[in-house]
Design a protein around this ligand. Structure first.
Ligand code: THU
Length: 138
């Protein structure tokens, strides 16, 4: 359950994070914010590298930061891009979000009214997750 007030706070956190985006190669700024089970909002931005393939997306930065904070359950994620259309999480981010929030709300916003409102399980149906490994170890 995520309230509209929490979504508003997450959008502000994601917008602030996008300002710290390190994206000199793509020039594509992304900010994200995740809401943890205990109500904390943790933000992230994309972090690129001269070795292009090592770029880390904003969503994964936020999730990893949440884990450092001790959170293993994500209720919602907001993605913000300063663009005319909303940006959905990439495939790698969908997989990482599935680990900690398989039914999490996903809200993607931008600088127009365009918006994507969905859930992780809708974005990654039939996902591989922790349960698949558990069945091999029993
Ligand atoms: N990017 C994100 O941060 N999140 C996404 O879901 C899509 C892509 C970043 C990665 C890279 O720094 C830039 O956007 C262009 O792909």
């Amino acid at each position: 359950m995520v309230t509209q007030e929490q979504v508003g706070q997450m959008v502000e956190a994601a917008k602030a994070a996008a300002q710290n985006s390190y994206s000199p190669y793509s020039k594509f700024r992304v900010g994200a914010a995740v809401l943890t089970e205990d109500g904390k909002i943790i933000e992230g931005c994309n972090v690129e590298n001269a070795s292009y393939g090592l770029a880390n997306c904003a969503e994964r930065t936020a999730v990893f930061k949440a884990v450092v904070d001790g959170a293993h359950k994500i209720i919602a994620v907001v993605v913000y891009t300063p663009t005319a259309t909303a940006t959905p999480p990439c495939g790698a981010c969908r997989q990482v979000l599935n680990e900690f929030g398989p039914t999490a709300h996903v809200i993607c916003v931008c600088d127009s009214d365009d918006k994507v409102t969905t859930t992780v399980d809708q974005l990654l149906p039939g996902a591989f997750g922790p349960g698949n490994l558990a069945s091999a170890n029993s």
